[in-house]
Design a protein. Structure first.
Length: 57
């Protein structure tokens, strides 16, 4: 279960990306979550995925 609150979601996602996944696609596939919904939710708090850093910034 992933956090519903956008700020908690940001922390959760960046931790998972840093510690367990090489990219956003791999994480979304493994956790069975919608990449589009995740990106949209984090864009709502002005965070965007940076593939070079493999995190939302």
């Amino acid at each position: 279960m992933i956090p519903n609150d956008p700020v908690m979601l940001l922390s959760f996602v960046n931790l998972k990306l840093r510690d367990f996944y090489s990219n956003l696609d791999a994480m979304c596939e493994d956790l069975d979550i919608s990449k589009e919904e995740l990106v949209q939710k984090l864009e709502g708090i002005d965070y965007h995925y940076n593939a070079e850093r493999n995190q939302f910034v």
